[in-house]
Design a protein around this ligand. Structure first.
Ligand SMILES: Nc1ncnc2c1ncn2[C@@H]1O[C@H](COP(=O)(O)OP(=O)(O)OP(=O)(O)O)[C@@H](O)[C@H]1O
Ligand SMILES: [Mg+2]
Length: 403
């Protein structure tokens, strides 16, 4: 699939000089790879906050040293069999064209939670037996379950980018794209993204679509943020593997639980494309639905936390790694349909009440007979207008009966 032409793709660092603010990390990685044969530990673990350049650094240094990158999703590290079928051959053989290789295990955090797969031991096995250097990236490698990986790896910290670094990155993109900007506005954008170059560049892209980057366009952006909380919530659920992040996703969302539910339901298949992940996620969503049903039926409000946890953390942990493609979340078609159905029902009810009042029938009886009125309204406009007058039906109600 073609990647969308976002600034993130267009301005991904092409070589190590493009990686801002991580000189010591980049140098350490280059040294490690250059002197790989002499290293006591056979892997290097790059860790640091999201969007600070870890994955970019691995690719840029590999490029510089002429190494082919074999990237493995941490989620594929489930058991020895799988791992060996992926890296086994590559990790032990010389390249056909005598190019060296680098094995990149991206986003170690994604291996989380599935002890039954034996992912961590399988990974350690790869590290110990690989002919080629292994580079691992992670946001938080200090979880207990990663201790064996830490022991087997050289640990290198990638620092959180400063707002000056971010400003510099954004300014370069503005210059290349001929985007007009106010320096202060660009600095604000940098500061707001607190060390996350990916976030800052994405914001810049959004703001610059409509014109120059200035105080006004930044205000519009933060307005967008406010009205956009449902999108943020979905991002936390779909793009994070951290259950604590996911659990709080709907905390600040000013929407009914029903609607949040439908948003998750509608967008889930867009994000999770692996069958197994999708199945796990829907399993959790349907369990949330069962609890929700119990709440509405029996008022068991205590179940509310289960509903929330299942539809947030339950969905987040159903995936092995996040889908790195940008997914545009769609409002649910079902909400619209439900709304229509409700509107129609309300019309029907209103009409029935008006007729019931004058005919001394129950509204329920009239509702049942509403189809007869519809037949009259469709076929006999003279009688229809008499009925409409008699029961004081308004134009919309008449339209409903004529449909
Ligand atoms: N130090 C940096 N210098 C220049 N651009 C950067 C830097 N860090 C990140 N970026 C920009 O942000 C994008 C994402 O960076 P990258 O994928 O390397 O982050 P990461 O540290 O691997 O984050 P994550 O932990 O979320 O995987 C890059 O394509 C690049 O455009
Ligand atoms: Mg990365």
């Amino acid at each position: 699939m073609d990647k969308p032409k976002t600034f993130i793709n267009k301005y991904a660092p092409k070589n190590t000089k493009d990686i801002i603010g991580q000189e010591s990390g980049v140098n350490a990685l280059r040294n490690f790879l250059t002197n790989y044969k002499k290293q006591r530990k056979k892997a290097m673990l790059l860790y640091g906050p999201s969007g600070c350049g870890k994955t970019s650094a691995a690719y840029a240094v590999a490029e510089e040293l002429g190494l082919d990158v074999i990237e493995i999703n941490a989620s594929d590290c489930r058991n020895k069999g799988q791992i060996h079928s992926i890296v086994g051959v590559a990790s032990k053989q010389m390249s056909l064209f005598f190019r060296g290789k680098l094995i990149l295990i991206d986003e170690l955090d994604g291996i989380a939670g599935r002890e039954d797969y034996g992912g961590v031991p399988a990974l350690v096995d790869v590290i110990k037996n690989s002919y080629w250097p292994v580079v691992i990236t992670a946001n938080n490698p200090y979880d207990n379950k990663f201790s064996s990986v830490r022991n087997a790896s050289e640990m290198i910290m990638f620092r959180e980018l400063s707002s000056n670094d971010l400003f510099f990155i954004l300014k370069n993109i503005c210059d290349a794209e001929k985007i007009k900007y106010e320096e202060d506005a660009l600095k604000t954008l940098a500061r707001r993204n607190a060390g996350d170059a990916r976030g800052a560049i994405n914001d810049l892209h959004i703001v610059s679509v409509t014109g120059p980057v200035d105080e006004k366009s930044l205000n519009d952006l933060s307005m967008r943020d406010k009205t956009d909380t449902i999108h943020n919530a979905l991002t936390k659920i779909f793009k994070s593997t951290d259950v604590n992040v996911a659990k709080e996703a709907f905390e600040f969302v000013d929407e009914d639980l029903d609607k949040c539910f439908l948003w998750v339901d509608e967008n889930l298949p867009l994000e999770y494309t692996e069958q197994l992940e999708l199945a796990r996620a829907y399993e959790n969503l349907s369990r949330a639905d069962v609890f929700y049903g119990r709440i509405t039926r029996w008022q068991h409000w205590l179940y509310l936390t289960y509903v929330n946890d299942l539809m947030t953390a339950g969905i987040a942990s159903a995936k092995d790694v996040k889908n790195r493609n940008f997914v545009e979340y769609k409002p649910t078609g079902r909400i619209l349909k439900m709304w229509w159905a409700k509107q129609k029902n309300m019309k029907k009810k209103a009409i029935a009440e008006k007729i019931a009042e004058k005919t001394h029938l129950s509204a329920k009886d009239v509702r049942r007979d509403i189809d007869f009125f519809k037949i009259i309204f469709k076929n006999n406009s003279e009688m229809a207008s008499k009925i409409a007058n008699e029961f004081e039906l308004d134009a919309e109600e008449v339209a409903y009966l004529k449909k």
